[in-house]
Design a protein around this ligand. Structure first.
Ligand code: COS
Length: 387
């Protein structure tokens, strides 16, 4: 995918870089206190076109390719994770699903709304199925020209703010080969029978909300079935997750960069034994290890994005980049606390919040353990095919 003009992207990236530092970071305490992004900031983010970075221009978006949008996510992720979280499902998973698998009518209905700032959520996980995504129980039963959806979705990011849910549901009661019992539906959040539970209290990532999404005999027209073909939902979800995992890798790398910068600033200002602790080699080792890991993550992300834009399959690369970047971000956050010493354990310093915020990067959109499975299974399959 060609994306937008590189010069135009450069100037957008410079603007975003400034906006994060001058506007978003100073407002972080307010976002944390309210557990929500203030409306004026959301309005600015919409005006900057951040919700529509990947939507094709004919649907009101910017038409960025994966390399460009993932770089934008990395820049945005220098701020509080909530800023990235509110829009990344729009520009990652749901846009990818609509562009790759939607009908023309579905694209025309939803992409302009999402590009304009309507918020989307992705409803895959359930109380009894997370990593084992194909075991989901939500049912979609065809009745004439409609489907009736019944089930409960759990840990759904953005559910409290969303206008659209991409819902994965069973259209066949029993498992089918290649998980063809699963289909995807575009469900308006104001449809009768859709209920959102209260936001969950979480370890970190304040300002980003997750909640249950309950579907109580929700009737949607048959045209709400993604692509209007049953049985393609699982593959569409997995393919969209390849894209989403690159976004989480970039979120991890972008936040890790912020965390390292904070650790360096503290090490330069804090004195012990009569000099800044930055002069001590054991502190320098933690800084150096963090830099090397962030650089490695950035290189992996750049390479995986280049491949996806060239039309190559990237399941292994996206899983590897997400696994490595999220684990690295956890290590960088841990070192940041360590460099802060006792202060790192106090709420008064950002290091403590970074540590809590970073933890979920290793869990959502595929745990490290599921990604290990995804990577190893692909390699073993290729080896078996070659033998
Ligand atoms: N791109 C396109 N199609 C894909 C795909 C991808 N990345 N991954 C799977 N598919 C399709 C293929 O058609 C595949 O059949 P073939 O392998 O024969 O071509 C079919 O789906 C079944 O895939 P698979 O055999 O891998 O299904 P499993 O049920 O074994 O999948 C895992 C198991 C663990 C890999 C899967 O359930 C998973 O990724 N779980 C984690 C889900 C997740 O990330 N949850 C977080 C929710 S978002 S916060």
């Amino acid at each position: 995918m060609s994306g937008i003009d590189p010069m135009l992207f450069e100037s957008f990236a410079a603007q975003l870089h400034r906006y994060v530092r001058e506007r978003l970071i100073p407002a972080e305490a307010e976002v944390v206190a309210a557990n929500a992004i203030p409306s004026p900031i959301l309005a600015e983010m919409r005006d900057m076109g951040l919700f529509g970075l990947t939507m094709p221009p004919e649907y009101g978006g910017s038409g960025m390719n994966v390399s460009q949008y993932v770089e934008a996510v990395r820049l945005l992720a220098y701020g509080l994770p909530a800023y990235r979280s509110i829009l990344s499902i729009n520009i990652g998973i749901v846009c990818a699903a609509l562009v790759q698998h939607g009908t023309e009518a579905q694209r025309a209905e939803w992409l302009p709304r999402l590009a304009g700032g309507d918020i989307a959520c992705f409803a895959l996980t359930e109380p009894d199925s997370g990593s084992d995504a194909a075991a989901l129980r939500t049912r979609a039963v065809r009745e004439g020209d409609t489907y009736v959806l019944t089930g409960t979705k759990r840990f759904i990011t953005n559910a409290p703010f969303a206008s659209l849910a991409l819902v994965l549901a069973r259209t066949a009661p029993e498992p089918l080969p290649r998980n063809a019992h699963i289909s995807a539906f575009l469900v308006p959040m104001d449809a009768l029978g859709v209920r959102v539970g209260p936001p969950e209290a979480k370890m970190g990532q304040d300002g980003s909300q997750i909640a249950d999404l309950v579907l109580d005999a929700v009737r949607v027209p048959a045209s709400a079935l993604l692509g209007e073909v049953e049985g393609r939902g699982f593959a569409a979800a997995m393919q969209s997750l390849d894209n989403g995992r690159l976004s989480i890798a970039a979120s991890s790398a972008g936040y890790a960069r912020r965390i390292l910068d904070t650790a360096i600033a503290y090490a330069r200002s804090r004195t012990a034994f009569g000099e800044p602790i930055a002069n001590f080699q054991l502190i320098q080792a933690m800084i150096a290890d963090s830099e090397a890991e962030i650089y490695a993550a950035e290189c992996m992300i750049t390479d995986a994005c280049r491949r996806i834009d060239a039309g190559e399959p990237v399941t292994v690369q996206a899983a590897s980049a997400k696994m490595f970047a999220s684990e690295a971000c956890g290590r960088v956050a841990d070192r940041c606390v360590q460099i802060h010493g006792g202060a790192g354990y106090l709420r008064a310093y950002d290091a403590e919040r970074f540590f809590r915020d970073a933890r979920v990067f290793r869990i959502y959109e595929g745990t490290t353990q599921v990604l290990q499975l995804v990577i190893a299974r692909r390699l073993l399959r290729e080896a078996a095919e070659a033998a």
